[in-house]
Write a protein that binds this ligand. Structure first.
Ligand code: XMP
Length: 322
């Protein structure tokens, strides 16, 4: 009988056998479900011989760092190293508006930060194994490859270079997303982590159309937090796949607030329904929810004076704007 608790027991036994009695492991946490569950499983197996590394690149949504630093640690007791790389990423992104260039820069800086953290841990003799949250669909997509040459599994932690020289541990290799969520709950991870909607690795950096700056990130973070709050309060989290909020930082429009003229930026709501993100439809959100989101964002976020709704399916639109 293949129950969730038997999957956990089985994987814990396998990880213990693989890493042995004195091996050490490192796990890059993205804030997403897969890396969190993989980390929690390995933590259950080898305890404080696991160190998790979380890179704060400054492109996170409101509360995400806390979710990892407080909730994940509280649920697992894991050793966590947070690397604050916000300045490094902002500096690297200065003056850049092109989407592909942004993605490349964010990927490259992520690898630099993670490599540095991994090297420090390895020098202390702390890590020979690298934990990754590779899922079964990832394995299939990458041609069923095993071990370190598997392209997609590298992509999972931002395209790590071969010469990082760790042995990979991938405890979710045989599982699908819904099973991973059940395993996460079985391990005591909070719903806020286990039921998280997808969020892209490059984060808010690809939801600001135009150059990424600290002020623009603050504006988008505030608008995004309101949209998420209202969608959750309306009980819509499970009905939508995700709802990117996009700041059109290079666009301004005239508005009026109180007695005064405003000349602010629009944000776009991009609620989508999907099975696998390969195709998607725009979600028909209830008008009263849209109204609450719009009213609150334009009242509470000073730089935003207009909220617009993206009614494009995928294709032809992608889910993210960049
Ligand atoms: P698109 O925009 O291609 O997005 O329709 C499909 C899904 O993938 C997510 N996404 C990413 N996830 N790294 C990620 O981990 C990325 O670079 C990335 N780009 C897009 C997106 O949020 C959606 O769920």
């Amino acid at each position: 009988q293949w129950t969730t608790s038997s999957i956990v027991d089985d994987q814990v036994a396998r990880i213990r056998a693989e890493i042995g009695d004195d091996g050490h492991a490192i796990c890059a946490l993205s804030g997403g479900v897969d890396s969190a569950v993989a980390g929690a499983l390995v933590q259950r197996a080898i305890g404080d011989r696991l160190t998790c590394v979380f890179v704060d690149h400054g492109l996170l949504r409101s509360g995400e760092r806390t979710q990892v630093e407080r909730d994940f640690v509280a649920a697992t007791g894991v050793n966590l190293v947070t690397v604050d790389a916000r300045d490094q990423f902002l500096t690297a992104l200065a003056g850049v508006s092109d989407p592909e260039e942004k993605r490349k820069i964010i990927g490259r800086e992520f690898i630099r930060v993670f490599e540095r953290a991994a090297r420090d841990l390895k020098e202390k003799g702390d890590a020979e194994y690298l934990v990754q949250g590779t899922l079964y669909p990832d394995v299939v997509e990458s041609g069923g490859g095993t071990g370190a040459s598997n392209i997609k599994s590298h992509h999972n932690v931002g395209g790590l270079p071969e010469d990082l020289q760790f042995t990979l541990v991938e405890p979710l290799r045989l599982l699908f997303k819904d099973e991973v969520r059940r395993v996460g709950l079985e391990l005591g991870l909070p719903e806020t982590i286990v039921q998280r909607q997808p969020f892209p690795g490059p984060g808010l950096g690809i939801r600001i159309i135009g150059e990424v700056t600290g002020d623009r990130l603050d504006t988008l973070r505030a608008a995004d937090a309101i949209a998420r709050e209202e969608l959750s309060a309306a009980g819509l989290d499970r009905d939508i796949w995700q709802c990117p909020v996009v700041l059109l930082a290079d666009v301004r429009s005239v508005g009026v607030q109180g007695d005064g003229r405003t000349y602010g930026h629009p944000v776009v709501l991009r609620p989508v329904s999907s099975e696998d993100a390969m195709t998607a439809d725009w979600t028909r959100l209830p008008y009263d929810v849209l109204e609450r989101i719009s009213t609150r964002i334009t009242n509470e976020v000073a730089e935003v004076n207009r909220v617009v709704l993206d009614v494009t399916s995928k294709p032809p639109g992608t889910i993210e704007w960049e």
